[in-house]
Ligand binder design. Structure first.
Ligand code: ADP
Ligand code: MG
Length: 246
C-alpha cells in the first residue's frame, strides 16, 4: 500500500500542493490529470522525495515518513524510501554513452553493487518484457522515441521498485510511438505493477488506470474510475478540462 496523506508543498510563498491525500493499493494504477501547473509533477516528485513535502506523510509499504516545517528528515530515510520507487520521464533521459542494456544495468551495478553478470541477466529479462531485447546493444540515439522510452521503463523497473512513477510518459511521442509505450504500460498494469502516472493522454489513462485523480491549482478536484471522471465528471472544473481535451 502506498499512501500520501495531507501533502502540502510550498515553494516560498507559492503553495503548489494543498492537502493532497491519495491511497494506492498495491497492484493498482493511479493517473494524475489536470491542467499544466496543477501540481502533477510535483506530487510525483514528492512520492520519490526528489521534492521534500512541506508537510504531510508518505507511506510506501511499511515505511512512513512524516514531514513538517522545521523538522528535518534524515538522508538515510529519504534514500530508503526513494529506492522503493522508479521514475520514468517525458524525455526518457537515457545515458547517451551507454547501450540499452547498460542503461538498464547501471543502477543495479553502481547503486546496488550487483555483480555485472547478474545485473546483465536481470537487464535482459526486463528488455525482453518491454520488447527491446533485440536492441540490447544499441545506442540510445539510434532508437526511436518509443523504443527509448521502453528502455527507460526497463531501467526504472530494474531494482524492483514497489511503485513505478511516470511523468507524461507518452507526451514527447508521435501517436504511433505513444501506442507502443501505452501497450507496455498496459501489460505492466495487468501484471500487477503499482503505478502513478501524470498524463494528459486520455487513451493511456482510460486503458491503464484504475483511478483518475484530477488536480487543479494544487488540490484534488475529484477522483474516481476513468469511465466516471472522463464521461460523467461531477465538478464543473473537471467538465471544462475534459471538454478542452476533445
Ligand atoms: P504540472 O506537472 O501539473 O504541470 P508542476 O508540478 O510542474 O505542475 O507545477 C506546479 C506549480 O509548482 C507550478 O506553479 C510551478 O511553477 C511550481 N513549481 C514546480 N517546481 C518548482 C520549483 N522547483 N520551484 C518553484 N516553483 C516550482
Ligand atoms: Mg508536469
Amino acid at each position: 500500500m502506498i499512501e500520501l496523506t495531507n501533502i502540502e508543498k510550498r515553494f516560498g510563498d507559492n503553495v503548489v500542493l494543498k492537502n493532497v491525500s491519495v491511497d494506492m493499493p498495491e497492484g493498482t494504477v493511479t493517473a494524475l490529470v489536470g491542467p499544466s501547473g496543477g501540481g502533477k509533477s510535483t506530487l510525483l516528485r514528492c512520492v520519490n522525495l526528489l521534492e521534500t513535502p512541506t508537510s504531510g506523510s508518505v507511506r510506501i509499504g511499511e515505511d512512513v515518513l512524516t514531514f513538517s516545517p522545521g523538522t528535518r528528515v534524515g538522508w538515510a530515510d529519504i534514500q530508503r524510501l526513494r529506492r522503493q520507487t522508479g521514475m520514468v520521464f517525458q524525455n526518457f533521459q537515457l545515458f547517451p554513452h551507454r547501450t540499452a542494456v547498460e542503461n538498464v544495468m547501471e543502477g543495479l551495478v553502481t547503486v546496488l553493487r550487483w555483480p555485472a553478470e547478474r545485473a546483465r541477466a536481470r537487464a535482459m529479462e526486463l528488455l525482453e518484457k518491454v520488447g527491446m531485447a533485440h536492441k540490447a546493444d544499441a545506442w540510445p540515439a539510434t532508437l526511436s522515441g518509443g523504443q527509448q522510452q521502453r528502455v527507460a521503463i526497463a531501467r526504472a523497473l530494474a531494482p524492483s521498485p514497489r511503485v513505478l512513477l511516470c511523468d507524461e510518459p507518452t507526451s514527447a511521442l508521435d501517436p504511433e510511438l505513444a501506442e507502443e509505450v501505452v501497450d507496455v504500460l498496459g501489460r505492466l498494469a495487468r501484471e500487477g505493477t503499482t503505478m502513478m502516472m501524470a498524463t494528459h493522454d486520455l487513451r493511456l489513462a482510460s486503458r491503464v488506470a484504475d483511478k483518475v485523480v484530477f488536480l487543479d491549482g494544487g488540490s484534488i478536484v475529484e477522483s474516481g474510475p476513468p469511465g466516471k471522471i472522463f464521461s460523467q465528471p461531477e465538478r464543473e472544473r473537471t467538465k471544462r478540462f475534459i471538454a478542452s481535451l476533445n
